[in-house]
Design a protein around this ligand. Structure first.
Ligand SMILES: Cc1cc2nc3c(=O)[nH]c(=O)nc-3n(C[C@H](O)[C@H](O)[C@H](O)COP(=O)(O)OP(=O)(O)OC[C@H]3O[C@@H](n4cnc5c(N)ncnc54)[C@H](O)[C@@H]3O)c2cc1C
Length: 385
């Protein structure tokens, strides 16, 4: 029989993350979002408590748990008003790829720092001329003796300024049969000569900054190659499902947070002699949004469980990501409407959470590309693009 109850360890984990995050809170998040500065205090506090690296294997100083636990960390911090975007990049993609496909030396070098959140790892796949079509990336790595030389550019790369390295997706050849790019993954230290970046301002208020990154013949030792040259798709997918799961977890957390706040507001403010929430025009959008958020939470937990069990997790991860992104946007919108004019105020801090929820419909994979995935891989329909 399936058991939908939270094990006691999960309940304890949720409570511990909530307690640490409550000391920072949504007001602090909104201020960091407004000024585009990472919420480092919260990150460090969660890191010291072992939560940022909860999925890092214990032998490298991590929690030895999996995506189920990391998703709980991300969801609970977001549910306390502080969605941490770099959990998605550094802890989900970076750790999951390295733990499964990194060499012993790479694990020693990177996972020990990722375990307490002391270092962060950015992730770079998106390119201006490739966009959603990652097969068209032109950033290229060419073998040069004991090294690779990487040349090209990426954009919308989150948190480069906070990161010790960038897990970089590059082209290392062309498959002679399919004509598609052979891709490989590289660990590129942010101190590598030839690597530079410029800020790419986004109007949606988010604490972590985005960057255009330039690789000008960046020399990376061959020991920086993750996995086998030209066979980067396998490790990439072992990172992209966790990325979708964490995206879903953040969205679920944002949804829970704003709906709890909206319910409190609608229950306490009265402009017609009864609380606002008495009116179904106010309460029904909140109820509908909560149903969508909780449904998405179930799919998120299923996807994380499948990933942790080594089962195919693509369908559930994509479905969770889609459902949670839609639910979060509907939840923030309903919460803003419930707050009336205060919904747009700086004081109530809902607009930055709208920005995060809206971002999660576009990145790390757009909702349209998720629908394409489900149509093609789950429903078996012809590829449309
Ligand atoms: C704040 C932010 C942070 C980000 N962080 C990172 C990061 O850290 N690392 C990283 O590598 N990338 C990052 N990204 C990039 C993000 O992953 C891409 O923006 C996203 O994958 C969409 O790609 P695109 O912007 O090129 O859109 P495009 O590919 O140009 O697509 C534009 C629109 O067309 C739709 N579309 C495209 N192709 C199809 C199709 N075949 N069928 C139906 N619809 C289609 C898309 O869904 C989208 O709505 C970030 C983006 C943002 C905004």
């Amino acid at each position: 029989m399936a058991d939908f109850s939270d094990p006691v360890e999960y309940a304890d984990l949720r409570a511990a993350v909530r307690e640490i995050t409550a000391a920072h809170g949504p007001g602090e998040y909104a201020e960091h979002a407004r000024t585009a500065t990472p919420q480092s205090g919260l990150w460090n506090d969660l890191g010291k408590a072992g939560f940022i690296g909860i999925n890092v294997p214990a032998e490298y100083g991590g929690g030895g748990a999996g995506m189920s636990e990391l998703a709980i960390v991300g969801e609970e911090a977001a549910a306390a008003g502080c969605p941490l975007l770099l959990l998605l990049v550094s802890s989900a993609i970076g750790v999951e790829v390295l733990a499964r496909h990194g060499s012993a030396a790479q694990k020693q070098e990177w996972l020990t720092g990722l375990a307490d959140g002391g270092i962060k790892l950015a992730f770079a796949i998106t390119e201006p001329d490739a966009g959603s079509n990652s097969h068209r990336i032109t950033t290229t790595a060419v073998r040069d003796g004991d090294d690779y030389l990487i040349s090209g550019s990426k954009y919308y790369i989150s948190g480069v300024d906070e990161s010790a390295g960038i897990l970089t997706v590059a082209r290392t050849g062309v498959d002679e049969i399919t004509g598609k790019a052979r891709i490989s993954l590289f660990l590129v230290p942010t101190t590598a000569p030839g690597l530079s970046w410029t800020a790419l301002p986004v109007a949606a208020q988010i604490p972590d900054k985005q960057f255009t990154v330039f690789y000008d013949s960046v020399r990376v030792p061959a020991t920086g190659l993750v996995g086998i040259e030209g066979e980067g798709l396998r490790p990439l997918f072992d990172g992209l499902n966790p990325e979708r799961i964490m995206s879903a977890a953040l969205a679920v957390g944002v949804g829970r947070h704003v709906l709890a706040r909206a319910a409190a507001y609608a229950g306490s403010r009265s402009v017609w002699g009864t609380p606002l929430g008495t009116h179904q025009g106010v309460s029904h959008p909140l109820a509908k949004a909560l149903i969508a958020v909780e449904t998405a939470a179930l799919m998120t937990a299923k996807a994380a469980w499948q990933h942790d069990c080594g089962l195919p997790a693509g369908a559930a991860s994509n479905m969770a990501k889609y459902a949670a992104g839609e639910a979060a946007v509907a939840a923030v919108d309903a919460a803003i409407q419930t707050h009336g004019g205060n919904g747009l105020s700086v004081e109530y801090g809902l607009i930055p959470l709208w920005g995060m929820a809206r971002l999660l419909q576009i990145a790390p994979v757009s909702r349209e590309m998720v629908l394409n995935y489900v149509a093609q891989h789950t429903l078996g329909l012809p590829r449309s693009y």
